[in-house]
Ligand binder design. Structure first.
Ligand code: MN
Length: 253
């Protein structure tokens, strides 16, 4: 089963992430319907960007610590991770505990097209060329598998890839992760996503158990908490109550 690894690492009673029970029916290769892709900016034990490409009803996944670069000279490490359910592709929110605990932002979203006739063969060869049509990422890219370092654990073998932008109309020196850091779904930053969540996912101050949250995550939690406090103390939320009280008084008087 393609999602076995994904499910094994998660307790769906405890995480809001989709379980992938509704696996999308794999599409026939000749179907001209577009395939979806997404990049999820994931603040977990470390910040990274998860690139996911729809294929065979699931999302092929790579974790890119530095994020995608539009500069063809940059070869950014991309670690192949377990396939994710198709439904995961528009997930944005908080993973309160367990595997990948932290905050997930939908950083980019769109469609992708392989530039190779056979995706599985390209994965086997370790050379997948493709075109992205997202809000932020466009044009031609390649994922190239690199040789394993000596001593790489068996479970990690073949997981090391590089993500490289091809030179085209959409390449250039613009630092896209800095230029466009926010969500394409909510338009918010990590703290906004956290502040929009139900309080019990954050109020305990424990965005993740089983590890010390890093400083960046702690800062985001503090910012989100401040936003919620400010919102609750905002004059607008008091004003209607005051207005109602005044109105009652005046009708009595
Ligand atoms: Mn991740």
């Amino acid at each position: 089963m393609p999602l076995d690894d994904y499910r094994r690492k998660r307790d769906f009673a405890k995480t809001p992430e989709p379980s992938g029970d509704r696996t999308r029916r794999a599409r026939k290769t000749r179907t001209p319907k577009p395939l979806h892709f997404c990049v999820q900016k994931h603040l977990a034990s470390r910040l990274h960007y998860d690139l996911r490409l729809e294929h065979g009803g699931v999302l092929l996944s790579w974790a890119v610590p530095k994020g995608p670069s539009l500069d063809p000279r940059d070869k950014h490490m991309a670690v192949r991770t377990e396939d994710h359910p198709y439904d995961y592709g528009d997930f944005e929110g908080v993973i309160p505990e367990g595997y990948g605990a932290g905050v997930v932002m939908l950083w980019d979203y769109g469609t992708w097209q392989p530039e190779v006739p056979d995706i599985d063969a390209a994965l086997d060869t370790g050379d997948l060329k493709f075109t992205l049509d997202g809000y932020k990422l466009k044009g031609s890219w390649v994922l190239v598998r690199t040789r394993d370092r000596p001593g790489t654990a068996a479970s990690q073998k073949g997981r090391s890839w590089l993500l490289i932008k091809h030179r085209d109309h959409w390449s250039g020196p613009l630092d896209i992760t800095t230029f466009a850091p926010l969500s394409v779904k909510s338009e918010g930053d990590f703290d906004d996503i956290l502040a929009a969540e139900l309080p019990d996912t954050w109020v305990t101050g424990r965005p993740g158990t089983g590890g010390v949250p890093n400083k960046m995550l702690r800062d985001v939690v503090a910012k989100a908490a401040a936003k919620i406090v400010n919102r609750e103390n905002a004059p607008e939320s008091i004003a209607p109550r005051a207005a109602r009280a005044k109105k009652r008084k005046s009708t009595r008087g």
